[in-house]
Design a protein around this ligand. Structure first.
Ligand SMILES: Cc1cc2nc3c(=O)[nH]c(=O)nc-3n(C[C@H](O)[C@H](O)[C@H](O)COP(=O)(O)O)c2cc1C
Length: 148
């Protein structure tokens, strides 16, 4: 049983729907909490594994609901040495240079907190699929299996 916190970034709801599908698929084997309006306190309240599930907006930017957490992480730099994290990022490959850029922003910020990445980033391309959860759920099962 792993304790997992999913931090969602979404504009139109696709990443939230994906996070909920993961929560449903991983329960009851794992204890999964989904944060729709993530704040730094949510990150600090326990030592759960961190799963970011975010879309990308603007030109490689984070959705507005994830910006407060990201900014607080960068401003205060709380340290969580070795705490595991994974990244699922939704994007659209027609945004060539900023494809899935939000995932890179969160990855960079988590490394600054001394967290440890587990698995490769899952990039879900809206040009390829209309069902992000179909890719995300099997990836998340595998990712959760890699948690110590
Ligand atoms: C205004 C706008 C800007 C976007 N910018 C990017 C971008 O820079 N890079 C990218 O990979 N995808 C970009 N996308 C695609 C979204 O990330 C993609 O459609 C995603 O599935 C939306 O997920 P959501 O429903 O959780 O917001 C953009 C979409 C919109 C509508």
């Amino acid at each position: 049983m792993a304790k997992i916190s999913i931090f969602v970034g979404t504009v139109y709801g696709g990443a939230l729907m994906t996070a909920r599908a993961i929560q449903q698929a991983l329960a009851p084997e794992h204890q999964v909490t989904v944060y729709e309006q993530p704040a730094l306190e949510d990150l600090q309240k326990d030592d759960s594994a961190i799963l970011v599930c975010t879309s990308t907006t603007g030109q490689g930017e984070l959705p507005g609901n994830l910006v407060p957490l990201w900014a607080a992480m960068r401003d205060t730099l709380p340290q969580f040495p070795g705490r595991p994290f994974g990244i699922i990022v939704l994007g659209d490959s027609s945004y060539q240079t900023s494809f899935c850029g939000a995932g890179d922003l969160m990855e960079e910020a988590l490394y600054e907190l001394a967290c440890q990445k587990v698995g490769d980033t899952l990039r879900i391309d809206a040009m390829e699929t209309l069902e992000p959860e179909a890719e995300a759920v099997p990836w998340a099962r595998d990712w959760a299996g890699q948690l110590a």
